[in-house]
Every structure is written in C-alpha cells, then in structure tokens.
Design a protein. Structure first.
Length: 132
C-alpha cells in the first residue's frame, strides 16, 4: 500500500499592481511562505508597490483550494486570460463576485489575514468574516 501524503497547507492570496487598476485585474496564487512569495512578486515588479487585497491561511489542501477558486471564477466569467501564463491566475476585480466565491468555498478552519495596503504590514487574525 502506498501511504498518502497529507495535503499541505499554505496561503491563498490576491494582489493588484497600479498598472492593472485601469483594467481592474488582480493576480492570485498560493504560497507556503507568504512573505517570501510576495517579495518574489515585488521583485518582479520593482517600480511599483503591490497591494495585497486578500490573504487566507488554508491549513491543508491549499493547492486544491486555489484550483477550486479559479475554476469558480471561470464559471462566473471573471477569469482574465493572459499570454503570460497557461494557468488561470488573473481575475477581473469584481469585488462582489470574487468575495462571494471566496466566502462560499472557504474551509471553516481557514484563517484570514488582516491585510493592509502594504503587503509587509500583514497581521494574522482569527476567522474574520468576509464582507460581501
């Protein structure tokens, strides 16, 4: 018998960039270490400060959560296809739609982070309700 590996936990996040605001785009992803991943994104876009809009700690199955989120976004028509990536990672910033999707699929043991305008000011909090 093969022993199953536990599904790892991590962070699911959405952020924007000043140049994407006119097109109302957000980029999302997953990370085991959110600070390191956001530094990588910031290094990729060094001229402008990124804004972290949502960050959630998923105790297990963050990869499945990410896939589910983007598939739900695709069903609702808010995925933005780009030449930069083969997988969906950009969505239209339609607050009500993506927040409802997130609220509907968020596991009960997930922890939202209290995000501020600047990603390096992240503070972890317990079970904040997602507003619609």
């Amino acid at each position: 018998h093969l022993k199953r590996k536990p599904k790892i936990g991590g962070y699911f996040y959405l952020f924007d960039h000043p140049n994407w605001r006119k097109d109302k785009l957000l980029k999302g992803g997953k990370a085991e270490d959110l600070e390191t991943r956001m530094r990588q994104h910031q290094n990729h876009y060094p001229l402008h400060s990124l804004t972290l809009l949502e960050a959630v700690y998923i105790p297990q199955g963050v990869y499945d959560f990410e896939q589910l989120f983007f598939s739900q976004c695709e069903e609702k028509g808010i995925i933005s296809k780009t030449m930069a990536s083969t997988k969906p990672e950009y969505i239209k910033n339609d607050d009500k739609t993506w927040k409802k999707i997130l609220k509907d699929i968020l596991p009960s043991n997930a922890r939202r982070l209290n995000v501020t305008w600047n990603w390096n000011e992240i503070k972890e909090t317990e079970n904040i309700k997602i507003s619609e």
